[in-house]
Design a protein around this ligand. Structure first.
Ligand code: NTF
Length: 824
């Protein structure tokens, strides 16, 4: 399909030539990193041809394009994924093997691009993969952070952050496109004039600082269809001419300031997941990439179209949470100030172009910018926001006369703040949640007033994941087995995986399925041995919780339960207990104290338990350092149990839950986010559900919570575990180490409300569910059925399905066929 270019001899020659031209070395002298670069350039060359062909096909079709605006794209490594999608992984692996090079070793040389925090950024990456695979024209637009998500080291049980200099060796897949640079302006003041000719108002920004945005394009390769879309990430540099100008005039300070701003603006990804920090630089980042992306979008549109009033026929903008919502006033500004539309015309275009996805109901994640900061940094944008707000409130007052409560709740500008979510909802034509339950909570709780006013805007798009990365690439043994059994249709149509269902009653098939799981556990055990120095038994139950560390995700509940199990084993050594390996992986935001304490607690309990010979290895605890996309692939493939234990209502969807399911790990979880839909697909008997329902949680919250002391004083086993936080058991005798964690559960003096996340409330129910996991696992027949059924029922959770829904309900795109680009 890719001509001769992946034929072994041709490819080998390309790699050797690249090593020569890049490094003046023969292949035997090259380092693994150099070989990685040489291989990547050989792959990129093939990609470029299809990339050209794709752009040509789009141009000819004059196709409508989605612009997916996101502060985060958690792409993970590109080489292996590109080879999978070009259906050339096997050939290239063999070609390299003939040169005594192991492709897996070469893949490990690639830094793991981590331009995202967690689920939201990884979702954006999965969406791009699906858009290309489904033949839809799309751009991802974001920031080329010089430092991505920090690298996590564990030292003495504590998390230590190290900078992630992912560009150090150069990124072979990107293309710098200097000729498409755009200027972005900050600050200063707005002067208002009447155009002497037209009599129209014109707005002139003066005394501003500006930076030049330079796009870097990364190819997004579709699966076996020659489509290559573009992820465009913006770098910043100072505008040198201007700088010299200022310098000549002796304004040294100003010149240096612009230099600094350019450096700073794209320097680093903010490492907060589900948490808003309100930093000025973050708002600068947002406006920077949005303004540049929209300028580029309009310039591209104008190449082929003369009527800017019809922009929405050819482009649609999806705003990934509120982070890019400054796109609304920026598009208004470009249309009015640069393109000469009047307000009504510009509003018609903008509100038909922009759509918003909400990814959280966590109050602390809501972006609300102080008006003084916002208006100082973006003076013209602020004027436009004021006008959007003013016109909107007229509508509200007309609809709800005399109801100033409504105005208070729905206004964009209120109490000295700019409320970004309100702006997104008011201005866009679509508002979607990311799982059924989440969308219902939005409609009937969080965004109730908006739903009442604009019911037609609200819709649900349950998240999904790409099976290309998380099965085809991450679990080659299982992928191969599935293809042998049902053909390879599942790779581009995951609903076909349901064809595995009859095999649930086939003993041989189940045995093979479990053997593959075992081999993946051995592979993970080797990784753990190498990275943690801990021996784990691949015959034990691999119970995995990997995700960002956050109180609402309740890693604390998990580790408290492990402490409880350990007490039990110690007290009743005769009790039968199926060996269990508890595996954690999680980064804590650098400033999130309680999250960091939780990491320390997990590692301290691990230290005590793993070194206690008296328990005969029944319990092992492993904390995977630097959890990221590349090692996630190993973890999903090897997991027996998927821990999805958030406080019900708090996890908007979750996507890790889907990756575990796809790889045959039943869910141990609450009825939260997409867990609800997972249970619906696989059946209650094939999942382990526990805990309060979302409605129960919401009801408690509306009545000021509950009293955890009632539980503490009535459950002596749980009390003992909680007391162990304070008696030094896991702190070398230190009584203060976990004081904050302890207080978060019990102490009414220190927190607004104790046990905000209902850990004590759900503890017994969790412990019960854990017992059921053990019972089920002991029954090999039953477990293998359950595991295989999870894989077989995962069809719904492909991001291909999600993207088709976005296209159908929101984006209205057409599929474009692309011929092979090998003749360019
Ligand atoms: C996250 N939200 C949610 O917490 C996850 O449940 C969800 O799966 C992902 O989004 C993707 O939809 C955020 O990261 C944010 F930014 F909204 F807080």
């Amino acid at each position: 399909m890719y001509g001769k270019r992946f034929e072994k001899e041709t490819f080998k020659t390309a790699v050797k030539d690249n090593v020569k031209t890049l490094y003046r070395k023969t292949i035997d002298e090259a380092t693994p990193q150099q070989i990685f670069q040489a291989v990547s350039y050989a792959v990129k060359e093939v990609i470029i041809d299809d990339w050209l062909a794709t752009q040509k096909a789009y141009d000819e079709a004059d196709a409508k394009t989605v612009y997916y605006m996101s502060m985060e794209f958690l792409m993970g490594r590109a080489l292996g994924n590109n080879l999978i999608n070009m259906t050339a992984y096997g050939e290239v692996k063999e070609a390299l093997a003939e040169m005594n090079i192991d492709l897996n070793v070469i893949e490990d040389e690639e830094p793991d691009p981590a331009l995202g925090n967690g689920g939201l950024g990884r979702l954006a990456a999965c969406f791009l993969d699906s858009l290309s695979t489904l033949n839809y024209p799309a751009y991802g637009c974001g920031i080329r952070y010089r430092y991505g998500m920090f690298k996590q080291k564990i030292e003495n049980g504590y998390q230590v952050e190290e900078p992630d200099n992912w560009l150090k060796e150069g990124n072979p897949f990107e293309l710098r496109r200097e000729e498409y640079a755009k200027e972005v302006r900050f600050g200063g003041n707005i002067r208002f004039e009447k155009d002497p000719e037209t009599g129209k108002d014109i707005f002139i920004q003066e005394n501003y600082e500006s930076v030049l945005a330079i796009p870097y394009d990364m190819p997004i390769v579709g699966y076996g269809n020659h489509v290559v879309n573009t992820l465009r990430v913006w770098d910043a540099k100072a505008i040198t001419d201007f700088q010299l100008d200022e310098f000549d005039r002796g304004n040294y300070h100003k010149a240096v300031e612009q230099e600094n701003l350019a450096k700073l603006i794209v320097d680093v990804l903010y490492p907060n997941d589900n948490h808003y920090s309100g930093k000025e630089l973050r708002l600068k980042q947002q406006y920077f990439f949005i303004s540049a992306s929209l300028q580029a979008m309009i310039a591209k549109y104008k190449k082929r179209h003369s009527d800017i009033r019809k922009l929405y026929e050819k482009v649609v903008i999806q705003m990934n949470d509120t982070h890019p919502t400054v796109a609304v006033p920026e598009l208004m500004r470009l249309l009015i100030d640069e393109e000469g539309l009047n307000w009504e015309e510009a509003w018609e275009v903008t509100s038909k172009t922009c759509a918003y996805t909400n990814h959280t109901i966590m109050a602390e994640a809501l972006e609300k910018w102080p008006i003084d900061l916002f208006s100082r940094l973006l003076p013209r944008i602020y004027q436009i926001v004021q006008e959007i707000d003013r016109r909107f409130l007229i509508q509200v007052r007309a609809k709800y006369p005399g109801n100033e409560e409504k105005v208070k709740k729905m206004a964009i500008l209120m109490d000295g703040q700019v409320r970004m979510a309100n702006m997104a909802i008011i201005s866009g034509f679509s508002v979607n949640g990311v799982a059924k339950l989440h969308t219902e909570i939005l409609k009937h709780q969080e965004l109730k007033d908006f739903y009442e006013m604009f019911p037609e805007k609200f819709n649900n798009k349950t998240n999904g994941i790409t099976q290309r990365r998380f099965l085809a690439h991450g679990n080659p043994l299982l992928a191969g087995w599935i293809t042998d059994r049902i053909g390879d249709g599942w790779i581009t149509d995951l609903s076909k995986i349901a064809n595995l269902k009859p095999l649930v009653n086939d003993e041989q098939a189940r045995r093979e399925f479990m053997q593959i799981k075992y081999k993946n556990k051995v592979r993970l055990a080797e990784y753990i041995k190498k990275h943690n120095g801990i021996e784990v038994d691949p015959r034990s139950i691999f119970d995995v919780q990997v995700k960002r560390l956050h109180e609402y995700k309740r890693q604390f509940l998990n580790i408290l339960h492990i402490m409880y199990l350990y007490n039990q084993i110690k007290e009743h050594p005769e009790m039968s207990f199926y060996p269990r390996t508890f595996i954690f992986g999680a980064k804590a935001a650098a400033g999130y104290q309680r999250a960091k304490e939780t990491i320390k607690l997990i590692n301290s309990v691990a230290d005590v338990v793993n070194n206690d010979r008296s328990i005969n290895g029944k319990l092992k605890i492993v904390f995977i350092e630097d959890y990221r996309v590349s090692n996630a692939e190993l973890l999903f493939a090897a997991a027996d149990v998927s821990e999805q234990i958030s406080t019900a209502s708090k996890e908007a969807s979750g996507t890790g839950n889907m990756k575990f399911m796809l790889n045959g790990a039943p869910t141990l979880g609450t009825m939260d986010g997409a867990n609800v839909e997972i249970v619906q697909e696989v059946g209650e008997d094939n999942a382990f559900i526990f805990g309060l329902s979302s409605q129960e949680v919401i009801d408690y919250e509306n009545h000021g919570g509950y009293n955890p002391l009632d539980i503490y004083f009535n459950d002596w086993e749980l009390k003992r575990v909680i007391d162990q936080l304070m008696d030094g058991t896991y702190a070398n005798g230190d009584h203060d180490m976990y004081k904050n964690l302890y207080n978060s559960l019990l102490n009414t003096q220190c927190t607004a409300r104790p046990d905000v996340y209902f850990i004590l409330k759900d503890f017994r129910s969790y412990a019960e569910a854990q017992k059921k996991v053990e019972q089920a696992y002991r029954d090999e027949q039953r477990w293998s059925k359950m595991a295989l059924l999870n894989t077989a029922c995962s069809g719904k959770f492909s991001s291909d399905r999600t993207i088709e829904e976005y296209v159908e309900d929101i984006w209205k795109l057409e599929k474009i066929q692309v011929p092979s680009g090998q003749f360019f």
